[in-house]
Design a protein around this ligand. Structure first.
Ligand code: ATP
Length: 353
């Protein structure tokens, strides 16, 4: 009589032991899924941006605006996005004159959003003489994000794709002799429309010439946020950029205590961020080459001549006269002269002269 009981006990033990892994697995899956759904948002809008730490000076207004209009929805968790049927902004176009910090902003957006990946590609790099290669390159740019979305769904990390000089590949269709441009635009549009099913891509286009772009790119759902980054930094912005660009020098005790960044910010009116960056680089080179500053009298003379517009005019006349006597071929460029002077001042200042 003990045999059937033993057999029953063995049967129960085998059945339970075979069910246990399945049950444990199911519980674990449900738990991890729940944990993923509760995942904290990738980006917290309430934390103020530390612009100096970001390395962007004088563009507080633009960055705040981008944050408010384009990045706010990314602060939500995947669950909230799903429940509220939110559609993230998928495209931002940054346009404006060269050297104003557009590329810098685009790169930092990826960092701000803690993006899983940030790819930056120059428009002309996409172009290829062989048929279909340019379109293939565009598809490849989107491939990783699509794959991530397939595998992780709403929990996929954000992929930021930056097209610098986008005007090189997205000119108005039908206006060019070769059709390569048109098929590239078609491909990019198809990919951007495909993002509708994907919530994990943010495309940023950068251009100096927005008027050349195909208008289909600018409609809602594509590059729907268009931000003009045009203003040359004001004095406070320039000071911020000087501070950012000399922070490393300061940290490594390479910046003399006598350097007056406020004074430099005052003297660099009309300078873009790139202009200021260029000045510091030039000063660094000169210091590295051990170039000695000019004699004091010569320096004083320079200081008298430049800066105020009235003295600029005077120096312009003076220089013109000198040019006429020296050589008729030589052309005088007052802007260049002011730049030269400011560059020299920066150099002197950085050297602690
Ligand atoms: N606002 C800024 N703050 C700090 N650095 C800046 C700023 N603007 C420009 N720079 C410096 O100038 C360099 C060039 O800037 P950036 O490439 O962002 O300009 P851009 O507007 O994209 O120019 P382009 O249209 O010619 O590509 C940057 O690498 C950076 O070092």
């Amino acid at each position: 009589p003990a045999m059937p009981q033993l057999a029953l006990a063995i049967f129960c033990a085998v059945t339970i032991s075979s069910l246990v892994p399945g049950i444990v697995g199911a519980i674990y899956c449900a738990w991890t899924r729940r944990k993923q759904r509760k995942r904290t948002p990738t980006y917290d809008l309430n934390i103020p941006i530390d612009y100096n730490a970001l390395g962007i000076g004088g563009l507080d207004k633009e960055l705040t605006e981008i944050r408010r209009r384009a990045l706010a929805s990314r602060t939500l968790s995947p669950q909230e996005v799903e429940e509220m049927e939110i559609e993230h902004v998928r495209g931002i176009l940054l346009y404006g004159p060269p050297g104003t910090g557009k590329t810098l902003i685009a790169r930092k957006i990826g960092g701000l959003l803690k993006a899983a990946s940030t790819k930056i590609v120059n428009g002309p790099e996409i172009l290829d003489k062989y048929v279909g290669v340019s379109e293939q390159r565009i598809r490849e740019l989107f491939a990783a994000a699509e794959c991530d979305q397939d595998r992780q769904g709403a929990n996929s990390g954000l992929h930021v794709i930056i097209f610098d000089e986008i005007d090189a590949i997205c000119k108005k269709r039908g206006e060019m002799d070769n059709h390569v441009n048109d098929t590239i635009v078609d491909q990019l549009l198809a990919k951007m429309d495909g993002i509708e099913q994907l919530n994990n891509i943010l495309v940023i286009g950068i251009t100096n010439l927005p008027e050349l772009l195909d208008s289909a790119l600018l409609r809602p759902g594509r590059f729907e946020i268009q931000m003009k980054v045009i203003n040359l930094p004001d004095e406070a912005g320039r000071l911020q950029i000087f501070e950012i660009r000399t922070a490393k020098l300061k940290e490594n005790n390479k910046l003399d205590g006598s350097v007056n960044l406020k004074e430099l910010a005052k003297k660099t009116k009309q300078y873009s961020g790139a202009g200021i960056a260029g000045l510091i680089t030039m000063a660094d080179f000169k210091r590295a080459l051990g170039e000695k500053p000019k004699k004091k009298e010569e320096k004083d003379q320079n200081e008298q001549n430049v800066d105020e517009s009235s003295s600029l005019k005077k120096s312009e006349e003076k220089e013109e006269k000198a040019n006429m006597t020296l050589s008729k071929k030589k052309t005088y460029n007052p802007i260049k002269r002011v730049r030269h002077y400011v560059a020299k001042k920066t150099c002197d200042a950085l050297r602690g002269d």
